[in-house]
Design a protein around this ligand. Sequence first.
Ligand code: KG4
Ligand code: ZN
Length: 342
Amino acid sequence: MQNNRVYILAIESSCDDTSVAVLCNDVVLSNIVASQKIHEQYGGVVPELASRDHEKNLVPVVMEALKVANIKLVEINAIAVTYGPGLMGSLLVGLSFAKSLALALNIPLIAVNHMQAHVLAHFIRNPAEQQAKLDFPFLCLTVSGGHTQLIMVKDYFDFNLIGETTDDAVGEAFDKAAKILGLAYPGGPLIDRFAKNGNANKYSFPKAKVGGYDFSFSGIKTSFLYFIRDQVKVDNDFVEKNIEDICASYQNHLINTLLENTAKAMEEYGIRTLALAGGVSANSCLRSKVNELCESKNWSAKIPPFEYCTDNAAMIGIAAYFKFLKKEFENLSIIPNVNIHI
Ligand code: KG4
Ligand code: ZN
């Protein structure tokens, strides 16, 4: 460690993206993501294929991350890795690799919870700033392919889950609707793209009734399936002719559902900062609606840059940096925890 500079090499392999980042303290020097294309043809992630691709990708992605960061492996002070939640095989590949690297270099291993990392990505500092600007407490809406969570964030590792989905995640609601429309996986970005030119009020969908700040997205997916099936019976080309309006209306419905609960929680808890996290926070409509909501209520909106929305190792690196400062290192006997909560 030179002049209080901590260099962390971080590895993320919990699902279908192999990513490696190098950070110097809270600044990202490189963040390489190899997205696995193999799953597109199956309409979803195939766990066994994901593990095999991580095995193939890890060494070249590590080499690329070191090259872009312009740093040598011997200069790294700690290895960070995701240990859950995620797919068992995918986590095992990353964790085993990280352990070997830490052992060979004789440096600490730091294990990171993927869901905490999505939230902590907000603390990645832009080199032009003195400090990442985000004061505690804030509310974080984490929306991804596997999770939909409303989290009260009181400190770096003090999270209080106040609402979550009782069934499907909102990312799944995007991906499954896209599959029904015949679009490739992952469908979220494609729905976003078609929705840009569509009429968001043309079609309406039923609202799920859930208590507290929880969400439910499995019913909407089923009603979407029946809606498309019924329309196609009347006009075989219904989807092709109306794809933009269908995507805009469905997306609008999902986002309104997310924001209704979020706004209620913000008001009832008296919180003034709303942060977004996770893959679905790349959605252009969600980003602009969060900005509009916060402007109208005089709240502050924290929306991550695109590269830190979907799965990436930079977020694992920043979470690990805060653990490094507390010397929270891991024993090499650690195993993945596929269902760990935030
Ligand atoms: O956080 P993430 O990369 O992986 C998980 O931890 O799940 O999130 C992936 C999810 C997928 O469901 C994908 O369709 C969705 O994020 N997603 C989007 C957009 N970009 C990614 N959903 C809607 N609009 C987008 N622009
Ligand atoms: Zn994720």
